[in-house]
Design a protein around this ligand. Structure first.
Ligand SMILES: [Zn+2]
Length: 287
């Protein structure tokens, strides 16, 4: 515990940007390990170490299989291992059985590579929506204790309106930990994700986080901490259109990348940052 600083929950959606962008633009061999995740992970672990902050790494199964050597250092640094699913397929495009199968694949990979059984889950692109009223039940059936997918961001159509701004126990027995959102009148400003940190001056962002409710969640991606500009490396068989699409995504991501480390440092000066599992233990233990 660190003095009187308010507490936020810190997470990393641990995925390989190259796998996702290659699949998105439709090139073959997209599942091959990308060239940047190792250096991104090094930079991220160094920054968290410097800030004396531990985080929850919501690990994507397919990224872990492509980079099995990266998991050990994350565990050794004391970070919590959570689950980001296996194939980064949106929950609201799956049936309950497909969702359960994706969770099982991810869990098997994560357990094999880390020796840890994840009890926390973050949906790809916050895709637990009004179309998936069964999702939490599947998570509870598959042994998860908490979900960190609720995000009241106007960018997410079909999102579930939050019943509670802070962490809350749902009727499935699963805890829900919402992402930080600053509510100003009717407006909703997403302040929890590094991809949004570009949009607000840092003092205003800190005010937003201060007002986001108790134990609000932050999320980062490894590519946002990349010390080098992201370059979408595609196979030589890629078409001009595929290259152009990848370039566009590269430009979008590089914007967020430039601000993220300094912003996270500013946040860490103002707030205590802890992993989700620690908050879950405090709440569920009745502490
Ligand atoms: Zn993701």
């Amino acid at each position: 515990m660190a003095g009187d600083r308010p507490t936020l929950l810190l997470s990393v959606d641990f995925e390989d940007w190259h796998q996702l962008v290659r699949r998105r633009v439709g090139v073959s061999g997209w599942e091959e390990p990308g060239p940047a995740l190792a250096r991104q992970t090094d930079a991220l672990l160094a920054l968290l170490d410097e800030l004396h902050a531990r985080a929850t790494f919501f690990v994507l199964g397919m990224a872990a299989r492509a980079h099995p050597q990266l998991l050990g250092p994350i565990v050794a640094a004391g970070h919590e291992i959570g689950c980001h699913g296996d194939a980064h397929r949106l929950v609201n495009t799956q049936t309950p059985d497909e969702f359960a199968a994706d969770l099982r694949s991810a869990k098997a990979t994560i357990e094999q590579l880390t020796g840890r059984t994840p009890v926390g889950y973050r949906a790809p692109a916050f895709s637990i929506t009004r179309a998936t009223p069964w999702a939490r039940e599947v998570l509870a059936d598959e042994g998860f204790a908490y979900d960190a997918s609720q995000h009241d961001s106007p960018a997410l159509r079909d999102r579930v309106a939050p019943t509670d701004l802070g962490p809350h126990l749902t009727d499935t027995g699963l805890w829900e930990f919402p992402v930080a959102v600053w509510r100003v009148g009717q407006a909703r400003l997403p302040v929890g994700g590094a991809s949004y940190w570009l949009l607000l001056p840092t003092p205003l962002l800190l005010t937003g986080l201060q007002n986001a409710g108790p134990l609000a969640g932050l999320y980062l991606h490894p590519n946002e901490l990349d010390p080098e500009p992201l370059r979408a490396r595609l196979p030589t068989s890629a078409t001009a259109k595929q290259s152009a699409l990848a370039r566009l995504r590269e430009i979008q991501r590089n914007g967020a990348r430039r601000r993220a480390p300094a912003t996270l440092k500013a946040i860490a000066r103002r707030f205590e940052l802890i992993p989700y599992g620690e908050a879950h233990a405090r709440l569920d233990g009745g502490a």
